[in-house]
Design a protein around this ligand. Sequence first.
Ligand code: APR
Length: 255
Amino acid sequence: MFDILDSKIHKAGEIIKKARHVTAFTGAGISVESGVPPFRGEGGIWEKYDPQVLDLSYFHKNPGKSWITIREIFYNFFGKIEPNDAHIGLAKLEEAGILKAIITQNIDGLHARAGSKIVHELHGTLETLVCTKCGKKIKSRNLTFKALPLYCDVCQGLIKPDFIFFGEALPTATHQKSQEEAENADVFILIGTTGKVMPAALLPHQAKSNNCKIIEINTEPSDFTNSITDIFLKGKATEMTNRLVEKIVEDGWQK
Ligand code: APR
C-alpha cells in the first residue's frame, strides 16, 4: 500500500536527485538513537539539569560545581557512543556526491565517526578543551576528568570544554562556511532539531530566503515545520534517513 509517507519520501528523493547543492542541518535528535539524550522534549537534558552550567559567567564563578555537572552531562557518555543509521546515511549521500556538507549543532562527533568529511560543527566539539586564558587546545581523550576543575599546564588558566556556552559567539570560520552553505544550497535536509536556538536556527531560514527546498525529518513538528519546511517526514531519524537513502541510491543514482 503506497501510503502518504511513501509518497513524501518519493517526492523528497526526486527533489534531492535533481538538486545542484544539498546540505544537511542536524540537531540533537539525530543522535538520540545512539543513546545521546536530547536537550529538550521527552527525557531532555534541560529537564534534569539547570542550563546555567553552560552560562559562561556562572562557569567562571563556580568552576568546580560546573565541571562536575558538565562531566556528568557530556563526558560520561563520551567515547561510549556509536553513529547510527542516520549519521551513516548522510555519509553515504556525501560519498555518492549528493550531499555537499553537514552543518551540525551537535558536539558528539558522530558525523565524522560515521565517515562524513565536510562537517561544520557550529557549537564546537567534545573532542577538545580550551584554556580560557591562553587559548591552548587540549584533546579530551587524553584526560580522565578525575580532578576537576581543570587548569592549563602552561598558564594555569581555567580550562573549559571547546563547545559554545549560552551567550558565546559561534566559531567565526565555521559560522561563515555554514552561511555560505545557506547561500549556495538548493536543498536543505533538517534532521532532529527544534529550530529554537539562535543564531544556528537562522541558517535554514536564510537558505529558504534563497529559494532552497526544505526537507525535514523529526519525530515531532519543530519551529521550522509550519514555517519553512516543504516536505515533513515525521518519524525517527534512522528510519526516515534509511528510507530516503534507499529511495535515492536504489535508483542507482550517483552524481
Ligand atoms: N529522530 C528524529 N528527531 C528526534 C528524535 C529522533 N529519534 N528524537 C528527538 N528528536 C527531535 C525532537 O523532536 C526535537 O525537535 O530532536 C529535537 C531535539 O531538540 P533539542 O534537544 O532542542 O536539540 P537541538 O534543536 O539540536 O538543540 C539546539 O540547543 O542547548 C542547545 O547547544 C545545544 O545544540 C543544542 C541546541
